[in-house]
Each structure stands twice: as C-alpha cells, then as structure tokens.
Design a protein around this ligand. Structure first.
Ligand code: ADE
Length: 353
C-alpha cells in the first residue's frame, strides 16, 4: 500500500515546489505515495486564527497551543483508521529535540501506511501535545530551524526515494551512502581527464569485480576521512555484540551490513599502483594520458539512460553538463488539491472537505 503522508503546517504553500518536482513529484504522480497538506489555521476558532500563545511562567517566544493541533491531528487520523502499535501509523512532531533522522528511520517510515508530520514553530509545542497525542519527536540534526516544514520535506524526499519504483533503477537506493553504514564511494563521470585530474584507471577497465573492490576501498577511505564517527559507532556496536557473546560469522564484517571492512586500501588488480583518489590525481598530473570518448563508452556497459543517477538523459546529451530532466511532472495530488481548494493554498486540504 502506498504510504500516505498527512502534513500539518501553518505554511502549506511552502511544499508546492518539492512535491511537484523531481523524484518526489514523479513518485506522487505515479501513485507511489500520497501527500496531503492540512493548514493548522483551519482548526483555530478565534478571529486572528492564532495557533500559539505566550508560555506559562514567562520567557521569550510563543508556544503552539494544544487545541488546534489536537483537532488537526485527530481530524487526519479519523480519515484513515489504521491499527495502532505495529508501526503502520507514525505520528511525528518535528522538533530539534527529537530522535535524529537517519537512513534507518527513513526505512522504517517507508514501511508505514500513514505518517502524520506536524510542523512546529516558535518555541515549540505545548508538552500536552507530545504526551496526549502519542507522538514521537524527530529532528533532522542538532541545529534549530525556524520551523518544521523543511524537516518534513527532508523526510518526504528521503522516504520517496526508498519506495520501489521511485528511482530510475531498482538497485539505486540500496547502493547509496549509509545504506551499508558507509558513506558512498566517490563518483566520476566523463571526461576521463579534466584539468589534469584523471579518473582511476580501474574505472575505465570494464572489470566489474575490480571496480567493486575499488569502490569499497574508496568508500572506506572516504568514511574514515569524512565520517570517522560512523566507523567509531560501528566499532562500538561490534564490540558490544562481541562482549555479549554473539558469534560473529565473518570477522571484521561491519555490523548489520554485508560490507567487509578489511581495512587497507585498494592496491589495483595486480597489487601494483596505489589508488586512493588523491594518489590517482597526483599521478595524473605527472603523467597525463588521454582517452578517447569511444573507449570511455566501451568501459561503461550500462545503457545510456542509466548512466546519470536518477535522471534519464537522452543519448548525446552530456549528463554532467545538464543533470535536470527536460520536464518535471507536477504532482497529480497537488493539482487535485489546488482544484479542490479553488486555488487558494496549493495542496491545502481544508477542515471540511
Ligand atoms: N524544527 C526546528 N529545527 C528543527 C530540526 N533541527 N529538526 C526538526 N524540526 C525542527
């Protein structure tokens, strides 16, 4: 069943761009997920349509009032009764204090049927909202934004690309950064040499096993250089598993992944030639060799439309020069909502539909 997102916000119009374009727009248009926007102010009762009030006990800023949030959340829940407690329904308040969003949380959300995202503002939500609605809190990082709309968009985008069929080719999302606990290998596209910087020869070899080994090695080096915290966390997890007496079938295999952490760097097919990216580039400057476009084509056996990530690139168009699709479909949902609300808030669903 396609996940249904209900997003409760005081700024529904801010979502028009992200839900109408690119992978997310296409996923919505093709029915892989549904997004419905609800304007929190439709659930206010005073003439100013106020959603916030001053904090009890004093202090700066304003706090989201319980009444409109309870009414809005209960309204969207009543529209889609889903059995509670088995992860099929998630109620999320976006706050900087929440559980940190990561790839595993996105995977959990991609399994859910109904996800309610409530975008906060100001000094946050009255605590009774958190307790009384049984919401979890999610943060996209240890920094404070002016509201939960951007975090909600981040979640939408991250979930959409995990849905089967959302990306151009099925293996794309599980080959991505963090899917195996490592950051990604460095990507290269044509030309093979640019301003004296040449791509690693192994990438031009067409030998898939070697390319795979090189990529894993590069991913490890890159993770070590840029995200040592991931490896440290993984080591901690592994040693906890070890001390709990768990038998580790493959020594030095990363916990929860099938990537073998063998440590060292890729040494080339015959163990010759050091090949981290820095060395490749350094060597190239000393010894610039030239490749023709034909040999680059021969090295890449994938169909032309698979060569540029998520976008289809017509034959003859340079993917690096213009990675945008020629046209991005506007989401069916957005168009339908605009029609329903008479074009006021794009994608806003009113209280009484
Ligand atoms: N609202 C404000 N800052 C936020 C953050 N970092 N994550 C989620 N929601 C937020």
């Amino acid at each position: 069943m396609a996940p249904h997102f209900d997003i409760i916000t005081i700024f529904p119009g801010t979502f028009a761009g992200v839900i109408g374009e690119s992978i997310l727009g296409r996923a919505i248009a093709s029915g892989l997920l549904e997004v419905e926007l609800t304007d929190l102010r439709d659930f206010t009762t005073d003439k100013h349509r106020s959603v916030d009030d001053r904090p009890y006990g004093g202090g700066p800023g304003m706090v989201f009032k319980p009444e409109p949030v309870f009414d809005a959340v209960e309204h969207v829940l009543a529209r889609r009764p889903v059995r509670e407690g088995d992860g099929r329904q998630r109620r999320i308040l976006l706050t900087p204090q929440g559980r940190r969003l990561d790839q595993s949380l996105l995977r959990e959300l991609a399994q859910a049927e109904h996800i309610v995202l409530v975008c906060g503002h100001y000094e946050g939500f009255d605590e009774r909202i958190v307790q009384g609605l049984g919401c979890e809190q999610v943060s996209i990082g240890d920094f404070v934004l002016s509201g939960g709309e951007l975090p909600a968009m981040v979640i939408l985008d991250g979930v959409a690309r995990l849905l089967p069929g959302a990306l151009g080719h099925p293996e794309s999302s599980d080959q991505e950064s963090f899917e195996h606990g490592l950051s990604d290998h460095p990507p290269y596209t044509r030309p093979a040499e640019f301003r004296g910087m040449r791509v690693a020869e192994v990438l031009l070899s067409g030998t898939h096993a070697e390319i795979e080994r090189w990529r894993r090695s590069e991913a490890r080096s890159r993770t070590r250089a840029l995200r040592g915290d991931l490896l440290a966390a993984d080591r901690d997890a592994s040693s906890m598993l070890g001390s709990a007496g768990t038998v580790r079938a493959r020594p030095r295999t990363r916990a929860g992944s099938d990537v073998e952490d063998v440590g060292g760097e890729y040494e080339g097919p015959a163990g010759a030639g050091r090949s981290t990216r820095a060395r490749t580039l350094e060597a190239t400057r000393h010894c610039p060799a030239r490749r023709t476009r034909d040999s680059a084509d021969a090295a890449d056996e994938r169909a032309p439309e698979q060569r540029s990530g998520d976008f289809t690139v017509p034959e003859g168009r340079d993917p690096a020069a213009d990675p945008q699709p020629a046209h991005a479909p506007v989401s069916a949902r957005l168009a339908a909502d605009r029609h329903r609300t008479g074009g006021t808030h794009p994608g806003t669903s009113g209280r009484r539909e």
